[in-house]
Design a protein around this ligand. Structure first.
Ligand code: SF4
Length: 447
């Protein structure tokens, strides 16, 4: 039997669907995917409050044939709001997040943790529509329920304002004729051998496939091209001009942020980027001693850390005439949001903005490049190219998104030793970002 998630998995890649049935042990679920899944579950639970007083049709962890039987009993008994309403039709089981009756007509709601209804959501709803109507329940409309990007939290979450419902009925109807033949094709494909599907864009979009490692392991081995650190191509005049424009004392600043879908604090909106950590390397004079300071918010997400972070940030940067950041749009954007949300700190924060200097410029403008950098100016690429021996490879978190998910994961964690390790890894990760900037600037100074 298929399910909604298996059907949509098959639409993205038949091989992924086949592997999910026959080689589950090869599946690798990344920490960030787990965090997204946990977040999706809690958002789904929150969304049920949009139609309070309903009945949950699923009694265990997963919807089953019993859940489908129970759903029909609930409908026959006159229940008008059913969570995880389960239906089976044409060898396919679906569980509708919310099935709601209003003025005698049924409406289907699929909850998504995004700020809008997206194209890939339509197929999710289309298979549900097919199965539900196949079971004889007429649907007046079908919606994707997603966050309202304009919602600003004040006090307790107002679920009615937090979510918006967007009708996708027309797109869903245009998909209906495709569904029966697809189900039949998937079911017969699942009885055969592992299908041959080449890796491509579908492996990462709209989601990163959990069989990526497996499929990569099947690729023919080609001799690894090792590019030894090559002689840099340098425009010395441009680099020196950049370096000479720097006023001491200097510091290097980097933020890490979280983007919670459900706003955690007052005056924040869905998916607003909230800084929770920074690292600063400070140098008083050229060739002077380098000191380090940092901030990492408490692991308790009930506490808004931003005021403390802002106060410490203003203090830690107050003596720097130049504040280096890498990719200024990001840091400047976060500081502008802090000014908007905490105008009482606006003087100190505006002063920081006026002293920002972007360290990416010499690499973006190709004043300094090596063959290993290719066309990238990302600090993850620039660091090992400019400072051989230094890289992010051995860190716990490969990127800012992983660090962000790790911070959020502490909210769901009760093990003190796990929290302590996560905090240590986060500090190490952010520390390397600004240390990398120190090293990179030293190389530029040497030109
Ligand atoms: S990694 Fe790509 S090719 Fe392999 S199963 Fe996943 S989507 Fe299909």
């Amino acid at each position: 039997m298929l399910s909604k998630s298996r059907f949509t998995r098959g639409l993205i890649c038949e091989k992924s669907l086949w592997l999910y049935k026959h080689k589950k042990e090869e599946r690798v679920i990344s920490e960030s995917a787990q965090a997204i899944f946990a977040m999706g579950t809690s958002i789904g639970e929150l969304a049920t409050q949009y139609f309070p007083g309903g009945v949950m049709a699923v009694k265990g962890d997963f919807p089953t044939a019993d859940s489908a039987k129970y759903t029909l009993e609930l409908i026959a008994g006159g229940v008008e709001t059913i969570y995880e309403a389960t239906f089976i039709y044409d060898n396919t089981l679906v569980a509708v997040d919310i099935l709601h009756k209003n003025n005698g007509k049924w409406y289907l709601y699929e909850v998504k943790s995004t700020n809008s209804a997206k194209y890939e959501h339509v197929k999710d709803v289309a298979i549900q529509y097919y199965v539900v109507t196949g079971c004889g329940i007429q649907l007046e409309d079908a919606f994707v329920m997603h966050f309202n990007r304009d919602y600003v939290r004040q006090g307790d979450i107002d679920v009615k304002k937090l979510f918006n419902a967007t009708s996708v009925l027309n797109q869903v109807l245009s998909w209906q004729d495709e569904i029966r033949p697809r189900i039949s094709a998937f079911l017969s494909m699942l009885e055969g051998d592992e299908p041959l599907v080449e890796m491509g864009k579908h492996c990462t979009s709209p989601y990163t496939c959990d069989y990526t490692d497996y499929c990569k392991s099947l690729l023919p081995k080609t001799e690894e091209k090792i590019i030894l650190s090559s002689t840099p191509e340098v425009l010395p005049g441009k680099v020196r001009e950049y370096v000479s424009s720097v006023e001491y004392p200097i510091c290097h600043l980097d933020f890490e942020t979280i983007m919670p879908g459900v706003p955690l604090f007052d005056n924040t909106r869905p998916y607003q980027q909230l800084p929770f950590q920074y690292s600063i390397h400070f140098q008083n004079e050229k060739d002077g001693k380098i000191s380090h300071s940092e901030y990492l918010a408490p692991s308790d997400l009930n506490i808004d850390p931003r005021k403390e972070l802002i106060t410490r940030l203003i203090e830690d940067t107050k003596n720097a005439k130049t504040i280096f950041v890498y990719h200024i749009i990001f840091e400047r954007g976060r500081i502008k949001e802090m000014i908007r949300d905490f105008p009482e700190y606006s003087a100190g924060l505006k002063s920081i903005i006026s002293r920002l200097k972007d360290l990416i410029i010499p690499f973006k403008k190709k004043y300094y490049r090596t063959e290993t950098m290719g066309s990238s100016s990302s600090i993850k690429v620039v660091l090992p190219a400019v400072c051989p021996g230094l890289s992010y490879d051995n860190l716990e978190y490969p990127d800012g998104m992983a660090a962000s998910n790790a911070f959020l994961s502490m909210y769901y964690c009760n093990a003190p030793e796990t929290i302590a390790k996560t905090r240590k890894d986060l500090l190490e990760y952010c520390h390397l970002d600004t240390l990398a900037m120190v090293k990179i600037f030293e190389v530029l100074k040497g030109v």
